[in-house]
Design a protein around this ligand. Structure first.
Ligand SMILES: [Fe+2]
Ligand SMILES: [Fe+2]
Length: 218
């Protein structure tokens, strides 16, 4: 199945309108910026084209574009899926999208993140969920993982690795796992190099303390 159908001209116009809204809304965002949204849209299309289940391309694209709209308000960042669902509803109502379609798109927004505690059910919801995970993997994912984090580099890296293993275990489609595997493979070299440099830095600190100039004259 390569999506259930093609996008209509009217739907493309709506998506372009959505793009303008999203670009502006995410203008101040850091790791969840407009580029992240575009990456998730691209991964969503890639996954949607490969799976066997039937998926509606408009719900997938609109859901992908709106998925992190809740992140644009830092106060509600921790419940950004749920909060984003109501922001998306407001916007879609405003541009006269039918209530039925609005509901389907908002479900994608709400269920794209495990933080909402409501797992994705429909093919469209699972596609955007997986696509969002894809942008947390690989070199760009690693760099995004460091943005805004506090603590030592070693701790941030360890937490990042643990979370990505958990993320991988929650993927829904074979194609998502294939993309994830390729990204993990591309990362192996960097992770090893990074871990090695971090331990070398620690060793060199111990060596400094062991040098004669730091010892007491008895
Ligand atoms: Fe998110
Ligand atoms: Fe996201």
């Amino acid at each position: 199945m390569v999506f259930s159908r093609k996008l209509t001209k009217k739907e493309m116009d709506v998506l372009l309108k959505l793009q303008d809204f999203i670009r502006e809304a995410h203008a101040e965002s850091s790791s969840h910026d407009f580029v992240h949204v575009l990456s998730v849209l691209r991964y969503s299309i890639q996954i949607g084209k490969d799976i066997e289940e039937s998926a509606d391309p408009f719900i997938v694209c609109a859901g992908a574009l709106l998925h992190d709209i809740g992140k644009t308000n830092t106060v509600f960042s921790h419940i950004h899926g749920l909060f984003g669902g109501s922001l998306a509803e407001e916007f879609l109502d405003g541009i006269k999208i039918s209530p039925k379609l609005t509901e389907k798109i908002c479900r994608v927004v709400v269920r794209h993140t495990p933080t909402s505690m409501i797992p994705p059910e429909t093919a469209e919801e699972k596609i955007v969920f997986d696509a969002d995970t894809m942008d947390r993997l690989g070199l760009m994912g690693l760099l995004r993982g460091f943005i805004g984090k506090e603590g030592s580099m070693g701790n941030i890296l360890n937490k990042y690795m643990d979370r990505r293993l958990e993320d991988y275990s929650k993927l829904h489609f074979e194609v998502s796992k294939r993309i994830g595997d390729a990204k993990n493979q591309e990362m192996e070299f960097f992770i090893e190099l990074f871990a090695d440099r971090l331990s070398t830095r620690m060793k060199s600190i111990e060596d400094i303390f062991k040098t004669e100039s730091f010892q007491h004259n008895s």
